[in-house]
Every structure is written in C-alpha cells, then in structure tokens.
Design a protein around this ligand. Structure first.
Ligand SMILES: [Zn+2]
Length: 246
C-alpha cells in the first residue's frame, strides 16, 4: 500500500485509530456451531441461558442484565462481518451505513436487527460449559421461539432449565430450533462472571469514525486487503453472522 497526500494520510490515521479501539474493547466469545464436538450430533447443542427477559422475574440477576436487540450495520462483502456497528441514525441523527444504503440498496449496507444473549454452552470439547454470547437475527424463528418459551413459562423464567438447540438446513435456510432439555442436569453457573452484554457485543462507533471503521474491510465496492493493523478480528466467532436471516 502506498499513500500520498494529507487527506490520504489522515484517512489512514483514522483507520488505524479505529482498529486500535477495536482491539481494546472487552472480548467475548460468540456461540458458534463450528466448535461443537457433540459426537454424532454436530447440529445439536445444550445451553443454559444466563439472562432472564425482564427485571421483574424472580431469577433476574442485575449483574448479568437483560438480553439486548440492536439495530446495526455491517460492511458489505465477504469480510464485512468483521466490521459490525450500531446504527447511529437515531442517536446521532446521521449514520454512514444508512447513507451508503441510500446510494445503493443492493450492496448490503442495510440495517440489521440483531439479538444477543449470554448462554452457557457445552461444546463437548472437554472444556466443560463456558459462557458465550449467542447472536441471532431478531426476526429469526429462533428468537420468536425463545420469546414464546418465556411467555409460556408460568414465571417467565428461562435460566432455571436446560435447553437444546437443533440446527437444520444451511445457508440462508438455516433454522435453529429450541427445545427444553428435560432430564438434563442444569449447568452450574455459580462461578460464571460476565462482561456487560452491551459492552461485549455492541459497537458504538461515532459517525465521524464510521468510514474508517467499515473501510478497514470494505472500500468502494472492493474488499480492502487485510494488513497487519487489523485486530485478529472476530473471524472464527462471527462467521455465523453470514447465516443470520433477517
Ligand atoms: Zn444506520
């Protein structure tokens, strides 16, 4: 890469600053089917939810907080999932990704409503149950099923039982089914400490930094070469984003 001129240097500085901020934020592991070692059943996984859906629920834990839904964008293209950020149209009155979407609605800059919740998952990889952020499109059947389960429970509790997630289909047709796993012993969550979910999962990138942030993986229709400046990013953990259906 060769740059010339003040504007190009400034843009590169902004890009580096965005990459540095990205490296410094608290890290969370994301739920990903690729880690599942469940013998003979790679599309079945057991989880325990670590957050209830409302503060009024008896087992609500203030330190763990509530699940969140966020209106977000990600950069278009193959590497786009590495740069996901909050839509700032409402909070700042302007949003770089929304502007780009206005210019070309087919590129993939559209708003995406994403749902996040902390779960304990056992991938049967010998590590035992571990806390991960589970992320799904808010419009997915999985989130619909989960909300239905919350409503069906007499106390609206979901953290007091074990659940099984079953994946079927592939690509855009991927569906995650949710079932209560009756008879499965509850994973112990007593020593589990969680990072604040919003801090862990959401990317509040201010408007003026957004071009540099998204630009790290996408520019003018072409993916930008990954150089050493980039955080070793979310590649293994965000891969599932490609399978989300909105
Ligand atoms: Zn936006």
């Amino acid at each position: 890469m060769t740059l010339k001129g003040l504007a190009a240097f400034k843009a590169e500085k902004a890009r580096q600053a965005a990459a540095a901020a990205e490296r410094e934020r608290p890290r969370a592991n994301y739920f990903n089917w690729k880690h599942n070692k469940n013998k003979g059943k790679p599309n079945e996984v057991y989880v325990r939810f670590l957050q209830e859906f409302d503060e009024s629920i008896p087992t609500f834990n203030a330190e763990r907080g509530l699940p969140v839904m966020s209106v977000e964008h990600q950069a278009p293209g193959k590497e786009g999932f590495k740069r996901r950020a909050n839509c700032t149209k409402e909070s700042e009155g302007q949003c770089y990704a929304c502007e780009r979407h206005q210019e070309d609605r087919d590129l993939g800059w559209q708003q995406r409503k994403n749902f996040y919740i902390w779960v304990l998952v056992d991938y049967k990889d010998g590590e035992g149950p571990q806390p991960v952020v589970l992320s799904r499109g808010f419009g997915s059947s999985f989130v619909e099923d989960l909300m239905l389960e919350v409503e069906l429970d007499p106390n609206n509790q979901i953290t007091d039982k074990m659940w099984m997630i079953i994946k079927s289909g592939s690509g855009k047709q991927t569906a995650w089914k949710l079932r209560e796993a009756k008879g499965v012993e509850l994973y112990d969550d007593t020593d589990v400490e969680l990072i604040d979910l919003e801090e862990a999962a959401l990317r509040p990138i201010p408007y003026e930094k957004q071009p540099g942030y998204y630009g790290a993986v996408y520019k003018d229709g072409d993916p930008v070469d990954d150089d050493s400046d980039e955080a070793p990013a979310d590649k293994p953990v965000r891969q599932e984003a490609g399978e989300l259906t909105w």
